[in-house]
Design a binder for this molecule. Sequence first.
Ligand code: NAD
Length: 444
Amino acid sequence: MTDNYLNLVNSGPAGKLAKKLGLPRPAVLRRHHQGAALVPGPLLVLGAGAGADSLACELLGWNLDVRRHARPGEKLGAVVVVLENVTAPGDLGAPILELGQAVRQLARGGRIVTVSRPVQETTDPAEAAARQGIDGIVRSVGRELRAGATANGILLRDGAPVQAASGALRFLLSGKSAFVSGQFITVHTSGQDSRQDEERPLTGQTAVVTGAARGIGAEIAAVLSRDGARVVVVDVPAAGEQLATVANRIGGTALQLDITTADAGARILEHVQQRYGSLDLLVHNAGITRDKLLANMDAARWDSVLAVNLESQLRVNEALLASEVFAATGRIVCLASTSGIAGNRGQSNYAASKAGVIGMVRSTGVVLDGTDRTINAVAPGFIETEMTAKMPFATREVARRLSSLQQGGLPIDVAETIAFLASPGAAGVNGQVLRVCGQSLVGA
Ligand code: NAD
């Protein structure tokens, strides 16, 4: 599905007219392509203290043009604000006002990333106030930025040093996070490896993607394969032909399977064990909608949505976590939705299933804490797919413009976020829900 309005306002005269009339002017987003620079210009590190200094040193090691002070007039590719040591609201003013000046110099597709600590880990009210204040700052700046720039935060858990932020920071600075804004990623140190092969971080790994015959699932399979993984694509037998096409395109294997069958987990493990030995990543992408107002909801619509979107994931996870075929460093990534966060008219069944996925991920995350396995969820907002192409024109147009980036995301945006959560750099990310929604107002 194409966003014709976005194309129009980015084509000269129409853009000027839109500006004059005060109409939304969505930018063409800076997305990743092979060999692309991590950021579109010099990177400014703000914040006082040893943490800011050592992060600036680490970033120099990534061959970036790093500054501790902005030079007048130059365009900045990104600003990283290190706020790990704030203890009271008064500590925020100086670095944040400096950020305000730097924002004026931010390049198109630029990035702002804060690095701080979780509010839940302090009992001091002033420190908690300062930490929570950062949440308000990031979410507000994200709404003020233009030209496809984004603002996000990284939270260092359990006293982790700033270096623990590096995997998440690389993702948030890159074009891979083009549709992620106003979000926080919590990280801890466990198993972190910042020396991953950036071009093919999943080399040697085996991944399974459910619902991969089309749409977001097919794109996830392609990106995981690009990143070096051997990919098994799963879908219902009725989609067998499309599934085979996807498998052939990426050099993977196809497994025709309805994931609601009782032994789906065992079937997936058996397929992977026979061909590849062990499983490193499972992406629960398969999902359906059967919309109806609750007053008109019937058991068939309710049960089928819960069965595909939630109960199958619970059953498959149980099989995986009990199996040695699922690697000791295995990852699970589940597709949730902003409907599961904000609710949506006509979607009580879908929202129950997607909110249920979030509950499952948080609970399983607690069980996996302290191991090298992780589970996380990605919650897409409005993504341009066959599913959203079926929406009535006016509803679709409103959904697109209702985000800070004033447009829908693409399947590649969801796929890149999942590939990040599967990568060595995300070893310290567990039990979280990452929205890929362009900072949509829905559920904000
Ligand atoms: P889609 O309908 O295009 O693709 C879903 C795939 O899942 C299909 O190939 C389908 O055959 C498969 N599938 C359905 N039931 C299955 C079963 N029982 N066993 C195996 N495979 C099955 O959907 P999409 O838009 O690509 O969405 C993918 C995921 O992202 C879903 O979980 C969806 O809820 C979620 N999501 C999508 C959006 C969006 O805007 N498109 C937004 C939020 C969340």
